[in-house]
Design a protein around this ligand. Structure first.
Ligand SMILES: N[C@@H](CCC(=O)N[C@@H](CS)C(=O)NCC(=O)O)C(=O)O
Length: 223
């Protein structure tokens, strides 16, 4: 019998969303347990070496770090592959997966900004990253043509919070990047992301901004 798979994550974690998207896209049966990262259970602190979510329990073993988890799922559940076979193409996908993580880190930089100066610097940083993506990538409609890949899943989970703040706070961050924007719209509306996101995503996002005393909340918004 196959080992039981359990995802432990927080409702708001984009790193957890990317793992859950992989589970859904690959039709892998799984259980999910959501925890409150502001109030971590003892068992979670014990099992998570860095104290971060997500974790993936596979039978009695536990994995941490979302990239390692997704790569494990890709190598184990072969029926619906999400990586290209060719090693050179796969390496390029992995490189852009790293870039997606830097877009996500940049987005959190904007969210954590405490004043206008910090906000301007962090927003410029993300804009530079978007310009880099625009310069180097052509999507058709996904990264590798018609078929969704792991790299698209990584971009979907990274772009979800960015598009959320872009729309709610009218940041106009995609205005110079129309083709990237069309790609992003396609991946963030995939069913696997909708299923991975909690129904109360907006409220959770708002509570997170309040907890972090985000400078965004001083700007005009429609939450
Ligand atoms: N590199 C990690 C990042 C995970 C991460 O930063 N998770 C956040 C939630 S989005 C977390 O657990 N934060 C709680 C903390 O740092 O105490 C991964 O890819 O899994």
């Amino acid at each position: 019998m196959a080992d039981k798979i359990k995802l432990v994550t927080s409702k708001f974690s984009p790193y957890g969303h990317r793992v859950e998207m992989v589970l859904i896209e690959k039709n892998i049966p799984y259980e999910k347990q959501e925890i409150d990262l502001a109030n971590k259970p003892d068992w979670f602190v014990k099992d998570s070496p860095l104290g971060k979510a997500p974790l993936l329990y596979v039978g009695k073993k536990v994995l941490f770090e979302s990239i390692a988890i997704c790569e494990y799922l890709e190598e184990t559940f072969l029926e619906i592959p999400l990586h290209p076979k060719d090693p050179l193409t796969k390496a390029a996908h992995r490189a852009w997966m790293e870039v997606s993580s830097s877009v996500l880190a940049g987005t959190f930089g904007i969210i954590f900004s405490q004043n206008q100066e910090e906000f301007d610097i962090k927003k410029a940083d993300v804009s530079t990253k978007l310009a880099t993506l625009d310069k180097h990538l052509k999507f058709n409609p996904y990264f590798e043509g018609d078929k969704v890949s792991l790299v698209d899943i990584f971009f979907a989970s990274a772009f979800k919070p960015l598009t959320f703040i872009d729309q709610k706070f009218t940041l106009e961050i995609f205005d110079l990047h129309k083709s990237l924007s069309a790609y992003v719209e396609g991946i963030i509306t995939r069913g696997s992301l909708s299923k991975a996101l909690p129904n109360d995503y907006e409220e959770i996002f708002k509570a997170f901004l309040e907890r972090k005393k985000s400078h965004l909340l001083t700007m005009s918004f429609s939450l």
